[in-house]
Design a protein around this ligand. Structure first.
Ligand SMILES: [Zn+2]
Length: 280
């Protein structure tokens, strides 16, 4: 079935090589010149698919490009967006080599460990850049998150912890550690889980709202973690929810963060404070 699908997909994609005339925009404002049609094989969820697309060259940028690649999301990469998403999921769940055998067993696609590593780390870096940018936009008030849907949850809980993650030697190079040779073998990952609670069970015990958990995990130092967490708390509606609860052990950095997280605004029945007003 996958082979049949791949063959159909290949024929579908072959219907249009996106020849756009002798010249095409290079993406940096220059005219790139048509050179020829060039073939490229991309790996998809259905298996490898061969593409033929119009190839242009930009003399000013000294580089070639196929506008078709940009449209298909395969510019500079050889995995289709669909397969890339599968690779990212598997590689986030298990080590890269096991992700490869999982994909082979579950989906019948063969991707080498090295390609899984490269693809997953590139997508991870892109996801991280997106999260960083969103957090900075929220903290600087360029973006004001929507309030949580009604009825408002009564409590927003933020559980915070840190733990040492065993690392390969290359990932701890130059970092001092506590071992006899002074070399670090772990790095601390800081974690937070945000969840809301609106109801209690029959015995009065609070019940976590189903599906309300969101997570934050980073190797960044505490100062940056605080900003990311502040943004996540605001994104989750901390400014609209009656009570913010921080759960943590005795680590000093956690309580520094708890002291400095922006509290929700004081709520009075007559208050008409707009959501975008600073509360720090
Ligand atoms: Zn150019």
């Amino acid at each position: 079935m996958a082979r049949l699908g791949a063959s159909l997909l290949e024929q579908l994609l072959a219907a249009d090589a996106r020849y756009r005339g002798p010249r095409a925009d290079c993406g940096a404002g220059h005219d790139a010149v048509f050179v020829s049609y060039r073939a490229k094989t991309i790996d998809t969820m259905l298996g490898p698919v061969r593409l033929r697309r119009a190839w242009y060259h930009c003399a000013a940028c000294h580089r070639g490009l196929a506008p078709r690649d940009g449209e298909l999301g395969t510019a500079g990469v050889s995995l289709s967006p669909g397969l890339r998403a599968m690779v990212a999921r598997a590689a986030a769940a298990v080590p890269f080599a096991r992700a490869g055998s999982l994909l082979a067993e579950l989906a019948g696609v063969g991707v080498t460990t090295k390609r899984i590593e490269r693809s997953a780390e590139a997508d991870g870096a892109a996801a991280r850049a997106g999260i960083d940018a969103q957090a900075d936009a929220i903290c600087s008030r360029q973006v004001v998150p929507l309030p949580p849907p009604q009825p408002l949850p009564d409590m927003l809980y933020i559980a915070v912890d840190g733990t040492g993650v065993p690392m390969v030697a290359a990932a701890t190079e130059g970092r001092p550690g506590k071992g006899p040779d002074g070399r670090a073998r772990t790095r601390e990952v800081k974690l937070a889980c945000c969840f809301t609670q609106a109801t209690a069970d029959g015995e009065g015990h609070p019940v976590r709202d189903p599906g309300s958990s969101s997570y934050l995990a980073t190797f960044e130092p505490a100062a940056r973690f605080r900003q990311l967490l502040d943004a996540e708390a605001r994104r989750r509606g901390a400014e609209h929810i009656r009570q913010l609860v921080i759960l943590g052990d005795g680590a000093v950095w956690i309580w520094n963060i708890a002291d400095n997280l922006s509290p929700p605004p004081p709520r009075s029945p007559a208050s008409t404070t707009p959501a975008s007003t600073s509360t720090t």
